[in-house]
Structures are given as structure tokens and as C-alpha cells.
Design a protein around this ligand. Structure first.
Ligand SMILES: *Cc1c(COP(=O)(O)O)cnc(C)c1O
Length: 378
């Protein structure tokens, strides 16, 4: 069976974790955490990076930093993971779901302005499959209506919009290092990017359980205590050690993933042109970090049959998000019933193919052949 995902191992993870153990400093914000944070700040020019225990936690930190009042409205795409919306619901915000673009799952900038009211405070965008949203238009809308922008860049490490790293354009960027992402902190992990100097101090306090401990360790205050809200958002040094081994090999990982992505695209584009299914679109302004390779089938029935056909042939392909505006939680807690046809389309028809470092050229070729066989027989 060709699995859908398999985490990449560089071979140095256990070595660095061993070092962290024998350094005798296991709790958060030690040497490995700082090395990872510096790596990302240097490579991508992020103003400030804080490692977190998950992508979900980085979203929760961003939501706290938005300083919301109960009932404030936050616009979120419906085609995304639960955490993108839940982080703001936990801050007592009222979530307003937005539709995807017609030709890709990212939020459709044309659909945003009609959703804005006098209570709207935050616009959340998700760079689906690591492909940038149209950030010039997003930022223009946000400036016009005085909204904060949170980038859910959970899938978007090492990806760019017009040369600018994703996660550096809005007010806050939220990344995930879950084992299903391009690089992992040993199963669970994430990071928050803080793009304005004036938010850094509060972000560190929220990160350190509501205390000014980070300032204490820098020698800026002579004792630390409870100064604000917060939680324990720091990962252990063991996780940071694992992550460091991964990011030292980021280019190797990315090059292989892009080669697999390109092989799928080359191999499938002729048959896709015959309109049996469509392939991912990477707009001119975006790069591709090869997080996901997906097809969009003509309907739900064909997608279900394709997934079954591939499974019978030893290949695990997966659909992706269920629309959040149709979730049990939303329908129980909200009275709105928005009509989001593009989101529904991707929820019903999108299928993801296996994508991981160790996938071989022969395996990719085999998967392409099976997809061709399937579509030639329907
Ligand atoms: C993976 C993911 C998350 C959650 O990240 P975790 O590290 O699993 O908490 C949030 N949003 C999106 C778009 C994701 O893909």
C-alpha cells in the first residue's frame, strides 16, 4: 500500500533530542527553541518568531493578540481546518464564513467586502496547499476597513507571494509543524510570526503563561509575575530539537516534494485537459511549496469512486475539509445558513494524492497510470 503521508526523517532528530536531554534544559525557550526561531527570522525576515506547541495554538495566540470583544466579527474561509475558526470562537468572536475562489480553495477577495459590518475586526486567510491568497487585494480591503489580518500559513512554510514570505504580510502568521506538514517538530508543533514591533512584548507574555518571564531571562526586570492573559504555548526543547534537524534539511525536503508535484502535474495535464477533472492552479503571484497535490473531480460520486479505485490498487488518496459552515458545531450555535457554493464544491470534489519525501518516481508514475486508467473507463 502506498500511504498518503509519511513523515520525513533526516537522521539527526534523535541526535539533537539526545543533546537536549543531556543539556539538562528540557522546558521551553532553551537553546534549540532559540536556534529554530533565529533560523526562521533570518531565512524569511520575520520580525519575531515564537515556536508553539501546534498550529492551533499559534492561531489561539493570534486570536488573543487581536484583543477582541464579545460579538466582534471575524471573517474566516469555510474551507479550512476547524482550528482556523475555533481559535476566534474561543475569544467570544462571531465567525462569518466566506467562500472560496471559483478555481482554487483560497478565500475569494470578491466575496469579502459584502460580509464586512461595523463589528468586523479581523480577516483570516488560509493559504491552502501552501499557495498564496491574493494578498495585495486582501491587505487593501483590510486597510480600507481597518481590519487586522491573520494568515493561517499552517501549510505554507517556504512559500511566497510576489517574493514576500507567507506569514510576513498580515499582522500575524500561524504555521504548523504537525507530522502531516512539510516539516515537523516530532508530531506536533507550530510557530507564530509577529510582524509589528509593538505586538512582540505582549506576544511573549501570552506565550509564557501571562508572565513577563522572557524579559526576566533577558535581564530586563529583576522578578517576573502575572501581568496579562496567556497560557503555556511553548513547546518542549525535545520538540524544538527535532524541528531543528528538519529545518536544516528544508531545501532537500522542498526540492524533492516539488519534483514529485511537478511529476504529477506533467503526467496528468493531458488527461485533465479533456475536462474529466481539474488540476491545482498556482497564480502568477504565488510560489508552490508542494504541500499538497490535488485533483478536483466533476462530482462527489466520481471522487468517491476514484478514491475506492486507487485503494483497490494499493494507493491511499484522501479528500480534505468538510465545509465548516455545514459542521455540527456551527449549525448548533449559529442561525446563519450561508450559501458558499465554491466551498461546497471543494468539500465534495477535491482529492489529495500521496505526497511525501520518500515517494519514488516509480510510485508516482504508478499512481498517474492508475488515475488515467480510472478516467479512461468512465
Ligand atoms: C494543520 C492545520 C492547522 C492546525 O495545525 P495543528 O498543528 O495540527 O494544530 C490549522 N490550519 C490549517 C489550514 C492546517 O492545515
Amino acid at each position: 500500500m502506498i500511504p498518503f503521508n509519511k513523515p520525513f526523517l533526516t537522521g539527526k532528530e534523535a541526535h539533537y533530542m539526545y543533546q537536549a536531554v543531556y543539556n539538562g534544559k528540557l522546558s521551553g525557550n532553551g537553546a534549540f527553541t532559540q536556534k529554530c526561531q533565529e533560523f526562521f527570522e533570518k531565512k524569511y525576515g520575520f520580525k519575531k518568531v515564537l515556536l508553539t506547541t501546534s498550529g492551533s495554538d499559534s492561531l489561539e495566540m493570534a486570536a488573543i493578540l487581536c484583543n477582541l470583544n464579545p460579538g466582534d466579527e471575524v471573517i474566516v474561509p469555510s474551507y479550512t481546518f476547524v482550528s482556523t475558526a475555533l481559535a476566534f470562537v474561543r475569544e467570544k468572536a462571531h465567525v462569518i464564513f466566506a467562500d472560496s475562489c471559483p478555481d482554487n480553495p483560497n478565500i475569494d477577495p470578491d466575496k469579502i467586502e459584502p460580509l464586512i459590518t461595523s463589528r468586523t475586526r479581523v480577516l483570516v486567510v488560509v493559504h491552502y496547499a501552501g499557495v498564496a491568497c491574493d494578498m495585495d487585494r486582501i491587505m487593501e480591503i483590510a486597510r480600507k476597513h481597518d481590519l487586522l489580518v491573520v494568515e493561517d500559513a499552517a501549510q505554507a512554510i517556504d512559500s511566497y507571494y510576489k517574493g514576500r514570505p507567507l506569514g510576513s504580510i498580515g499582522d500575524f502568521g500561524c504555521f504548523s509543524f504537525h507530522e502531516t506538514k512539510n516539516v515537523t517538530a516530532g508530531g506536533e508543533g507550530g510557530m507564530l510570526t509577529i510582524n509589528h514591533e509593538e505586538d512582540i512584548r505582549r506576544a511573549e507574555i501570552i506565550w509564557e503563561k501571562g508572565t513577563n518571564r522572557a524579559e526576566f531571562f533577558r535581564g530586563m526586570v529583576n522578578k517576573y509575575g502575572w501581568v496579562d492573559t496567556g497560557s503555556s504555548f511553548l513547546p518542549s526543547e525535545i520538540n524544538a530539537a527535532f524541528l531543528l534537524a528538519q529545518i536544516e534539511n528544508l531545501d532537500v525536503i522542498q526540492n524533492r516534494r516539488k519534483a514529485i508535484w511537478n511529476q504529477y502535474h506533467e503526467g496528468l495535464k493531458d488527461i485533465a485537459d479533456k475536462e474529466r477533472f481539474s488540476l491545482p492552479v498556482v497564480p502568477q503571484y504565488a510560489t508552490n511549496n508542494a504541500h499538497i497535490f490535488y485533483l478536483v473531480c466533476r462530482n462527489l460520486d466520481e471522487r468517491s469512486k476514484l478514491i475506492i479505485y486507487l485503494k483497490e490498487n494499493g494507493v491511499l488518496a484522501c479528500f480534505h475539509y468538510l465545509a465548516l459552515h455545514r459542521s455540527q458545531y456551527y449549525t448548533e450555535h449559529y442561525t446563519e445558513r450561508p450559501d458558499l457554493p465554491n466551498c461546497d464544491k471543494f468539500a465534495d470534489r477535491l482529492v489529495r494524492l500521496p505526497m511525501f519525501y520518500e515517494l519514488t518516481d516509480d510510485e508516482v508514475k504508478f499512481i498517474i497510470d492508475k488515475i488515467k486508467q480510472f478516467f479512461n473507463n468512465i
